[in-house]
Design a protein around this ligand. Structure first.
Ligand code: SAH
Ligand code: SF4
Length: 349
């Protein structure tokens, strides 16, 4: 709930500073029970307790990777579950959160796609993942070193209103106080929503999953390209209103012998040549039912070298592959299935 929601909850007879007090208690002091908000008069507390509760998602299951990554399967109020991933590093920590239960976009290389869409997450459920994971890892928010990436389950731009509301809640300086510069949303390329995002006052940084170097190839890998063509996607990127400190990020999942050739790299270079951007390469994280292979390291490096001629290009380190926490692997894979899944890693490439 934002301030306007809290005002509504309290009712029109309450002065507006009461909503401010409530906001402060929830987002700055982070109380866990309404009865702990002792600066509110008791009758208001009683009224609140009858109509509302403070809640975070609940832990269903946690998986710990050898590299420090933790994958959380979190249960929502309606018993559906989503995944959030904690990735500690030396100089920063990243929380990867979900925006939907499942995903309606049918990318061929992604495990979440196999779930289809169950529902959108509310703004509270999006913020709740951050708060849950931060608390579980002993981290006080705000923290300079905390980064949020909306790159878990779901297509965030198909739930844009809630993603924007969550961003406003996370960045409110009187509440959680995170910086917009430390929140990134990743999209498969929902063009009209990119324009809408660009028009928002408070918004995360934008990353675009490119994943192909030609219209045809992208249509094969990401069927959403039939609706939102690659050419138009690049046009939308050209007109996207970047802030002074901002660059676009492109993500490119490398699939062995499919989109990882030197020619592909040169085509990507041409596509992105006039954009203020950087590229993150992701070697495919394998999964059961995913009909692609991971390219060799050498090929990934070659791809990077070519792109580096014109723009910053990084290879995203796979995090938590062993617990199915890496990009494209979030599908609520339960522990009993992990054993079966190990074969996906040990089978010859
Ligand atoms: N739906 C959004 C954000 C979630 S996916 C989007 O598609 O951008 C986050 C990133 O993981 C995307 O860049 C996507 O291309 C990538 N990805 C999906 N499946 C993958 C896989 N199997 N291996 C590596 N990266 C994958
Ligand atoms: Fe959805 Fe992103 Fe997976 Fe595509 S890659 S199916 S858009 S989560």
């Amino acid at each position: 709930m934002d301030l306007a929601d809290l005002k509504k909850l309290l009712g029109p007879e309450q002065p507006s500073f009461r909503a401010r007090q409530l906001f402060d208690a929830l987002y700055r002091q982070r109380v866990e029970n309404l009865s702990d908000i002792t600066n509110l008069p008791q009758d208001i507390r009683h009224q609140l307790l009858a109509n509302a509760s403070v809640g975070l998602p609940e832990l269903e299951q946690r998986y710990d990777s050898g590299d420090g990554t933790r994958r959380y399967l979190l249960r929502l109020a309606d018993n559906r579950t989503v995944e959030s991933v904690w990735m500690p590093e030396e100089n920063r920590d990243t929380v990867c959160i979900s925006s939907q239960v499942g995903c309606p976009v049918d990318c061929r290389f992604c495990l979440t796609a196999l779930m289809g869409l169950e529902r959108n997450l509310t703004a509270g459920e999006i913020v709740g993942q951050v708060l849950y994971v931060a608390r579980a890892n002993g981290l006080a928010v705000p923290r300079e070193r905390l980064n949020i990436v909306m790159m878990g389950m779901g297509e965030p731009l198909l739930n844009l209103d809630n993603v924007l509301k969550a961003t406003r809640l996370l960045t409110d300086q009187t509440g959680l106080g995170l910086s917009e510069k430390r929140i990134t949303v990743s999209t498969s390329g929902i063009i009209p929503k990119m324009d809408e995002l660009g028009a928002a006052d408070i918004r995360p940084k934008l990353a675009i999953s490119l994943n192909a170097s030609t219209e045809e190839q992208r249509r094969e890998l990401m069927p959403i390209t039939r609706k939102y063509h690659l050419r138009e996607l690049i046009e939308a990127c050209k007109r996207y209103p970047l802030r002074a400190w901002e660059k676009l990020t492109f993500e490119y999942v490398l699939l062995k012998n499919v989109n990882d050739s030197e020619e592909d790299a040169r085509r990507v270079l041409r596509l992105l040549a006039h954009l203020n951007c950087k590229v993150n390469l992701i070697a495919l994280n394998p999964g059961p039912g995913i009909p692609f292979e991971t390219p060799d390291e050498e090929r990934v490096h070659r791809f990077q070298q070519i792109l580096r001629r014109a723009m910053p290009c990084f290879i995203r380190k796979p995090r938590g592959r062993d617990i199915f926490a890496a990009c494209g692997q979030l599908k609520r894979v339960a522990s009993e299935n992990l054993v079966a899944i190990e074969s996906a890693f040990t089978s010859p490439a």
